[in-house]
Design a protein around this ligand. Structure first.
Ligand SMILES: *Cc1c(COP(=O)(O)O)cnc(C)c1O
Length: 355
């Protein structure tokens, strides 16, 4: 296993007020940093006091966007244990994203060992209040100090952590969604299935536009036919139509979410028919008009599930399930959060405890 040097801070910060954590604003005492070069491979793995990074102004990441990341959470149970949810899935996806962007991969056992060691050092930063967690942000980027366009020779892998508040402080409120008809998030053959910063930069404009018009998120359509539903904001999306659960199939432009995968597994286990298939905006409209669209929700690590209460399609507002959270959406929320916070039995073996 990879050797990690640990240098603890001499000035631990004061822990924040748990009633006002927000998302990603507060950072813990330490960070993990590891360097890569083509000659040496990964080297100098260390946990050090949280500090600014120093990079060459020509570093690849600044010019050509060679950056990928992950997002997952550490949860505190009522027995005061700290645990992760399917972390190996995140480490595997990190490597798949790295391959797509020609960044170096990390042997998955090492990647998991690094993550667990880092969380175990920062364990006390996992907040205690209902719905709160310690958000973990691993990221990896190219740092070659020259401007030639090329695959990178040097890279850095960093993990930072941030105690975050409950996503649903004011209860689970269904959101209003706008169909995005101009911008696309990703195209087949592009980087849509990689978790890379560039995808976010490209999708910000549509998000801002939706927000200005009073919507919470945009519904992304495929980039070629502008017809098939792909994702909602930075979440995967699911529908319940006439008893069938439908989610867009992973065609290459959709991010393979771990929450998506977990929802599918839980739903099939509960006896639902779940189909990963193409689902067009016309089919969505038809289901709404016929009254067969029973539920719609987004899913991702941050929110777990986010019920959709209204869709705006071509300026017309359609209400879903009376604008309220549906039965299946609620059941998924209860099951996944139950496992994550250790309130219900983890019969799927998804939990990874931190010593
Ligand atoms: C991270 C992400 C998701 C959700 O993935 P999870 O593993 O469930 O958190 C969905 N869509 C996009 C674009 C993402 O970046």
């Amino acid at each position: 296993m990879i050797d990690i040097k640990i240098e603890l801070t001499k000035n631990p910060k004061q822990k924040p007020d748990e009633s006002n954590l927000g998302f990603g604003k507060i950072f813990t005492d330490h960070m993990f940093v590891m360097d890569y070069s083509k000659e040496k491979g990964w080297y100098d793995a260390k946990i050090v006091p949280f500090e600014n990074l120093s990079l060459h102004p020509a570093a690849t990441v600044f010019h050509y966007g060679a950056e990928i990341f992950e997002g997952l959470k550490a949860y505190r149970t009522k027995n005061n244990e700290v645990q992760l949810f399917r972390p190996m899935e995140n480490m595997r996806r990190l490597n798949r994203s790295a391959e797509r962007l020609c960044l170096p991969t990390i042997p998955e056992e090492d990647a998991l060992h690094i993550l667990k060691t880092f969380v175990s050092i920062e364990k006390d930063w996992t907040p205690h209040s209902e719905g709160t967690s310690l958000y973990l942000r691993p990221f990896l980027f190219g740092c070659d100090p020259f401007l030639g366009v090329h695959s990178v020779n040097t890279a850095k892998y960093v993990i930072i952590a941030s105690p975050v508040g409950s996503y649903y402080k004011e209860g689970i409120n269904p959101v209003t969604i706008m169909i995005e008809t101009e911008d696309v998030r990703a195209v087949r053959g592009g980087t849509g299935e990689a978790k890379c910063g560039g995808n976010y930069a490209a999708s910000t404009r549509a998000g801002e536009k939706a927000e200005k018009k009073g919507y919470s998120q945009v519904l992304w359509l495929d980039g070629v036919e502008r017809k098939y539903i792909e994702e909602v904001g930075a979440m995967n999306v699911m529908f319940k139509v006439n008893g069938e659960i439908v989610t867009p199939k992973l065609t290459g432009s959709i991010l393979p979410g771990i929450t998506r995968k977990s929802c599918i597994e839980v739903l099939r286990d509960k006896g639902y028919t779940v189909n990963e298939r193409l689902f067009s905006i016309d089919e969505l409209m038809e289901a709404i008009e016929k009254g067969t669209l029973e539920e719609a929700w987004g899913c991702g690590t941050a929110a777990v599930v986010s019920p959709i209460g209204h869709f705006d399609i071509n300026g017309k507002i359609y209400e879903i399930n009376g604008g309220k959270i549906g039965e299946v959406t609620q059941d998924l929320y209860d099951t996944l959060t139950g496992i994550q916070w250790g309130k219900i039995e983890d019969k799927y073996n998804w939990i990874c405890k931190i010593d």
